[in-house]
Design a protein around this ligand. Structure first.
Ligand code: GLA
Length: 394
């Protein structure tokens, strides 16, 4: 479903559930990170794009006199047909169902800014695959923030909005994530990747509109959970490396300095740092390559990123490696420039840069070979760079 179809669909779901038309419709996209993995919390660069998969909400003020009217946000999850109610008369806290915490965290963030949140009836759904490493949670957080903007009639600075959503993820979902996912969901532009300097928070739009290439997202359908502890452990190892090397973050370390300081690090921490430092360089080069349409060199940087994530950072898994191997076998001749795991890792998706006129053949080949290797059906789709969060109606 494209965004307009999705908006019509959620409006119909709202109508069915609440018996009237919604006043507001808002959406926020998921993302795929083209390159720059596990660099955001090291003050490095990332290069994500928003994808044509969205969290979407339709809403209205509750009817006067209804139980919700004074201080309740009612949310109907139209896909899982589940309800959540959140009391907004007091500071919003964690609660059930689990998915409501992404919403609760954002509401709490607005309360902390002194915003009086209005009572709302909401219908919600998402086409961002859950647990697929495509930032379904950031999409939900940024979508919620956009709804509050629409319903209060007050927009906040998109960077503030992204930071508010990130804090929701830290405090309410327990994932000490960086700023990439919420930034791209809030700030994405159609037809562009976003080169984000996570230290200065400066963003640069990188046009990605060459019709001869496409980005394929290959979901291994192996679910990942970043709250499982490995993510926090990687982050702690990076902080340890920076501390032992006497710098604020790994952004401040060149490959030469790392080699000189190798003796101050354990073998594992050294490899973690080597990944981050190399990946920051690769990301800057990839952005240059995309600007110059140097697709083979961008592809090689993607393969190098994957190898580093697999061997040094150790956040890949067999199925992600299988996809990359299949892509490498298809190779340049078959239309693949490069492929890598994307997102936090331990499952989720790969992203491949391919020749546009080979998309169908490549999709088929990866699906068949992946099924043979793993016994699992992959879900594969192409996406153009989409726009960030939008108020569709309101
Ligand atoms: C997750 C986090 C991001 C980022 C990536 C890895 O998606 O939410 O902040 O750290 O992992 O690049």
């Amino acid at each position: 479903m494209n965004l307009q179809e999705l908006a019509a669909h959620i409006a119909a779901e709202f109508q069915k559930h609440y018996g009237r038309a919604p006043r507001w419709i808002v959406a926020a996209p998921g993302r795929v990170n083209v390159i720059g993995e596990h660099t955001d919390y090291n003050d490095g660069f990332v290069l994500p794009m928003a994808i044509e998969r969205y969290a979407i909400m339709a809403a209205d003020a509750p009817l006067p006199g209804s139980v919700s009217a004074a201080s309740i946000i009612s949310i109907y999850d139209a896909h899982f047909q589940e309800n959540a109610t959140i009391d907004i008369s007091a500071p919003v806290t964690k609660g059930l169902p689990k998915w409501s915490n992404y919403i609760r965290g954002v509401l709490c963030g607005f309360q902390n800014r002194g915003v009086k949140i209005p009572a709302l009836d909401v219908a919600f759904m998402s086409t961002v695959p859950l647990g697929g490493g495509l930032s379904s949670s950031a999409a939900l957080e940024v979508c919620t923030a956009t709804l509050i903007e629409a319903a209060t009639g007050k927009a906040i600075d998109p960077i503030e909005k992204a930071l508010l959503a990130q804090k929701a993820e830290h405090d309410f979902a327990g994932v000490p994530c960086g700023i990439m996912d919420q930034f791209i969901s809030a700030l994405g532009r159609e037809g562009h990747l976003l080169l984000l300097d996570c230290r200065t928070r400066k963003t640069e739009l990188v046009p990605m509109s060459d019709p001869s290439v496409a980005l394929l997202v290959i979901n291994t359908n192996v679910k990942h959970e970043l709250s499982g502890g490995e993510y926090a452990e990687r982050r702690a190892q990076c902080e340890e490396a920076a501390r032992n090397l006497g710098v604020k973050s790994l952004r401040d370390v060149t490959p030469e300095q790392l080699e000189k300081g190798k003796g101050k690090l354990s073998e594992v921490v050294y490899r973690r740092a080597r990944h981050v430092i190399g990946e920051i360089e690769r990301t800057v080069h990839a952005a240059e390559g995309i600007r110059a349409s140097s697709w083979p060199s961008v592809g090689n940087l993607m393969y190098a990123s994957h190898a580093s994530l697999r061997d040094d950072y150790e956040v890949s898994c067999v199925e992600l490696d299988d996809v990359v191997e299949i892509a490498e076998d298809i190779g340049y001749k078959g239309g693949v420039y490069g492929c890598r795991m994307t997102g936090g890792g331990f499952g989720g998706c790969c992203v491949a840069l391919v020749k546009a006129d080979c998309v169908d053949a490549i999709t088929k080949k990866i699906a068949v070979d992946y099924k043979i290797k793993t016994g699992i059906e992959a879900a594969i789709f192409a996406s153009r760079p989409a726009a960030g969060a939008t108020i569709i109606k309101g």
